[in-house]
Write a protein that binds this ligand. Sequence first.
Ligand SMILES: Cc1cc2nc3c(=O)[nH]c(=O)nc-3n(C[C@H](O)[C@H](O)[C@H](O)COP(=O)(O)OP(=O)(O)OC[C@H]3O[C@@H](n4cnc5c(N)ncnc54)[C@H](O)[C@@H]3O)c2cc1C
Ligand code: FES
Length: 1233
Amino acid sequence: MANLVQDSRKHVACYKYAIQYPLGCHYPATACLVPICSLYGAAVTTVEGVGSIKTRIHPVQERLAKCHGTQCGFCSPGMVMSIYTLLRNHPEPTPEQITKALGGNLCRCTGYRPIVESGKTFCVESTVCELKGSGKCCMDQEDGSLVNRWEKMCTKLYDEDEFQPLDPSQSKQGERITWITPATLNDLLELKANFPKAPLIMGNTELGPSIKFKNEFHPVFISPLGLPELHFVNTTDDGVTIGAGYSLAQLNDALHCIVSEQPKEKTETHRALLKHLRTLAGAQIRNMATSGGHVVSWPNFSDLNPILAAGNGTINLISKGKRPSFNQSQLFSYLQWHFVFGLRMAQRQENAFAIVNAGMSVKFEDDTNTIKELQMFYGSVGPTTVSASQTCKQLIGRQWDDQMLSDACRWVLDEIYIPPAAEGGMVEYRQTLIISLLFKFYLKILKLTVNALEDFPIETPPRNSDCVDPHQPLQDPVGHPVMHQSAIKHTTGEAVYTDDMPCIDQELFLAPITSTRAHAKIISTDISEALALPGVVDVITAEDVPGDNNYQGEIFYAQNEVICVGQVVGTVAADTYAHAREAAKKVKITYEDIEPRIITIEQALEHNSFLFDEKKIEQGNVEQAFKYVDPIIEGEVHVEGQEHFYMETSSILALPKEEDKEMVLHLGTQYPTHVQEYVAAALNVPRNRIACRMKRTGGAFGGKVAKPAVLGAVSAVAANKTGRPIRFILERGDDMLITAGRHPLLGKYKIGFMNNGVIKAADVEYYVNGGSVGIILYLHKDLSYKSDNFCLCEISLCFASTQVVEACKTNLPSNTAFRGFGFPQGTVVVEAYITAVASQCNLPPEEVKEINMYKRISKTAFKQTFNPEPSRRCWKECLEKSSFYAGKLAAEEFNKKNYWKKRGLAIVPMKFSIGIPTAYYNQVAALVHIYLDGSVLVIHGGCELRQGLYTKMIQVASHELNIPQSHIHLSETSTVTVPNGVLTSESMGTDINGKAVQNACQTLMARLHPIIRKNRKGKWEDWIAKAFEESISLSVTGYFRGYQTNMDWEKGEGNAYPYYVYGAACSEVEVDCLTGAHELLRTDIFMDAAFSINPALDIGQIEGAFIQGIGFYTIEELKYSPEGVLYSRSPDDYKIPTITEIPEEFYVTLVRSQNPVAIYSSKGLGEAGMFWGSSVLFAIYDAVAAAPKTFVLSSPAAPEMIRMTCVDQFTDMIREIPRDDPSTFTPWSIRVS
Ligand SMILES: Cc1cc2nc3c(=O)[nH]c(=O)nc-3n(C[C@H](O)[C@H](O)[C@H](O)COP(=O)(O)OP(=O)(O)OC[C@H]3O[C@@H](n4cnc5c(N)ncnc54)[C@H](O)[C@@H]3O)c2cc1C
Ligand code: FES
């Protein structure tokens, strides 16, 4: 059973024709939660069964690829299965059904828009291209091929004749587990009596994760899923009874049916349930989870239980010997003058457990507003669904008025106590939600202030992206929206990632043993119990490292002391992963804590704990300038970290060779040379014995720059010791714990300015939480704004940075590179003080931004000259095309009319520095071979991370050699073919590798030129044959020395970057002040792309980065305990954006400019788009500023922060509650920035 998200590639479609699905129905399921035994009676289709490159591909796969809905491809099979099953059930779906079907799927690369668009091509009125009608798509690259393939499309999923006859009663015995399927209800009761502790396994969506993550073990499972007695809907005049075996999706369908047939007053509870069923989990989970399992298994979080309770639902129970009539009493009843509502607030609208939910119902005396019955149930505030029964009792007989509300709020807060150290934290927020939801209920009954009541709708908007320049010459691939080279293979599931590589003889699986203490001495380690377990071959520790165990400050296996929770102390090698994992849990380590334990930046500052020396950049005389300004403001901005959440977790296959101490590592990395270096150091062999090979990886985002080297060394040591191949695939939780992420940052500023908003002096300090070891941070902070006098005293470290200096050393796992390398954090501080200056001057932020922006050819703080003209153009166009000022006026109008919902807009400019200011980090080589049949093999030092680097390199080679792209192939990146390659990051992949490929191709063309000149009418193949006859070498190494950047740290000046990327983005949001939820109404992005080599890939980069930025700035929260334990280790407790977070209207425009230094005058756009997410953060602050507020800007603007920033009578009530003395409890989590 594998990790939930990791398995997004392994979604399957099930076809159940058995009792549960009398009419036969296809549904997508999350493979890792489907026990094999439960599939009896089902037909299962995997993505390979839908279509394959070996036979024929399915339109769903083809369209997803051609609409550019796949980048790394790791999520693509899941997306395909969701749309495929939808189409099996609804051949002509609506756009809403497409969005709903994709709901439970996560994608970290694309930003979802192209995925939704590919699905929409199947709608009756396709909004995308003509593909549906004609079978042709504007994205087709090989004429005619698509039509032919479509004609051959397979429509039949399976052959019924091949099914085995159904034997209803089954028992299956495994190594440790017995699975029993009862054939009748009596059998079930008998079994339950015989095995009282055996769980009933229904959808397995609660049991599965408990077994996997909480180490639950059950020797016997009883699987009654197919019993007819559990699958029924009985509707009578008094109510409805629904079988416990109904899936939540079936419950949803049944309720919809009843609601459409019954009068409104009879379906209050049904509608409340339906509202929550829309957002509860995702489609796959709803297909599997049963109503019985839900009611029983999620006593505290359940979204449905509070409503069922408030709706007077009854649960029918049965056990052996006591047999009440099983299906006679109603589940929820129909009553007159009875109002039932369900309310919830979650971190993310869909597929996220509620922070607080509620089910409330009230019954009035006939024709009055006198309360006759009142019920209030809350979820996520205690160990079970909690009833506010005392409060309700006290309110009987009261009028439904403001005084009643006020009393109800006070009483319910008295009745429902959330302890200050409660699990999950957010104590004040949860208390506020208790009464805010009650207030919403109050208004709903009064049918007042409608706008405040409604949750934000889940829209299926006509999202829009700017199209390609129609004037691009067709025959030249450069400038065209060429589909990702591996797109089709991504969608058929045939693209091979490390863990897809077939088993190798004698292979062992590795599981890590990690430290549970932040800073401690290792007193003893006992591995005896682990070694005794079946299948375990060895336990590997520091003593087994033949070379350097502490290389460049990185410790591969902890020895004597641990410096963070999650540090690798050892690994277990076993014949299966399950055995290795089991054994890793049995290793007993005794620790003795060491003081100090430093977790936060504040603690690091107290202890003077830094990783590197401080450096400063100064311009002008700051102290002097402060004397001549009008006001001076000072402030602090906290920016929390971010988890990469690449879909393919760190994966390594280490193969020791028998001869000469050679070893081959297949892995996902952005920096194969770095892995080679660390592995060689750990094994104490020269680097020429180590080969690192990398074909593709399922996303990286900076997280695979530095960490794979350490994990590579850990695996290599295990392979060396055991002499056997090692497969080391980190589970999601281990990956999140061990590899860490973006640096949390604390910015402190002091700004002097004039009353007209002109900034004259800035003194800014940046502190980052570097973790326990200094890896990489690259804090760009040279922005769009100019200040003549400033001092940047920044803390960070960098092997290659120009400007930044040291990082706080703490006992957290070392943070690392992440898309934008510090830019997304640093810029928030700058935008925050600009916004603060605007507020002080009583000017709109956009005006103060414009006043202080670079306007003409200027010098940066480190005296590099640049021309900000594209920045001005993007800013102007963004203001105009987004109708920014009209939008602001409309928002003001909206805000005047609405007290509880507020709208806000923000526009942010950007000047993003590209590359590394150390020239030798930009050098790269490429190999181009032409074979005698005319086919071309291109190899270079760059890694295919998802960004389409290989695709762009094919475009470059095709352009330079003037041959079709189909002649060119790229296979993999390897330290054997191109040695000493640099990291693929900093948006430089295409820039530097493109130049090397171009160089090689141009050399080849120069060699071929005399032959071509003599035979101009000849074909490519003729010229190649002739060149061979003339003994002309058809293999060339191309080279690019790198941009000649430099930085003199002594003088604080240099030509640090080859060029800058400019742009502007504006977003509009609506905020629900009562809950802290927000909706992104519109985003416009204008990005200076100069000349885009591949507009589809570039737009994909911008959109994907923007959505990742939204996550960073609004919903992604990493939670740490005060002891430095990371709680957020799964998709359950770390929420990245889903389809519901993308803007309702979304426009991306590539702005043209000149960039002669880069290949084809292009620009690197991989990272800069992250920062556009901050337009949403500042739009939220603009909206919140329109509400009564307490204003301290920090990131992310998560629901808790938004709600607690909006001050009202409810937050006042919470703040009046006497608080426990902080010295008497330990909070559940702390802020580490
Ligand atoms: C990714 C994910 C997201 C989720 N999001 C949400 C959400 O947003 N909101 C929400 O409310 N819930 C959410 N859930 C919880 C989900 O609703 C429950 O997991 C589900 O309803 C459990 O049903 P099941 O059939 O899978 O139970 P199983 O896992 O099969 O069984 C769970 C337990 O219930 C017992 N049981 C099952 N059926 C019966 C029965 N008929 N009689 C007696 N005992 C029984 C079993 O013995 C077992 O102990 C989410 C779950 C997942 C995995
Ligand atoms: S393409 Fe969706 S996760 Fe990479």
